[in-house]
Design a protein around this ligand. Structure first.
Ligand SMILES: [Zn+2]
Length: 126
């Protein structure tokens, strides 16, 4: 995760890619997980309730599709290039674990992290 920067022209960036003169976005909330426009690195920016729902739905989708590469991973530019979708959703989950969420959502996110960790370990042992 990186702090989020914007260039005043709708672009959002990580600290590696922020163009000269870009300013930090400070505290705020977004309705979806934010990624750097340039490299796709996840940005440290709070999600609204809608954003949390979106991320949890993507985690559920990830569990259904398994570890196979998924369209969104390739759309996520070089930071995730060649990574399976699960790497992206695990990063979101790792961020959401610090939110003060309702018990049901928090339980799901913890389960998601341990299920996917187990799957990844199993895959690596093959
Ligand atoms: Zn970047």
């Amino acid at each position: 995760m990186s702090e989020a920067y914007y260039d005043g022209d709708c672009g959002v960036f990580c600290d590696n890619c922020a163009p000269a003169g870009a300013e930090t976005m400070g505290d705020g909330e977004a309705d979806y997980p934010m990624h750097c426009d340039e490299c796709g690195r996840p940005l440290d920016y709070s999600m609204t309730e809608e954003g949390v729902k979106y991320a949890i739905n993507e985690m559920k989708e990830t569990l259904k599709t398994g570890r196979k590469e998924y369209l969104k991973a390739s759309q996520c530019l070089k930071y995730y290039k060649g990574c399976p979708q699960v790497d992206i959703t695990r990063d979101w989950a790792g961020d959401l674990i610090w939110y003060n969420l309702p018990d049901e959502q928090e339980r799901f996110i913890k389960k998601f992290l341990s299920w996917t960790e187990y799957q990844i370990e199993k895959e690596l042992r093959k």
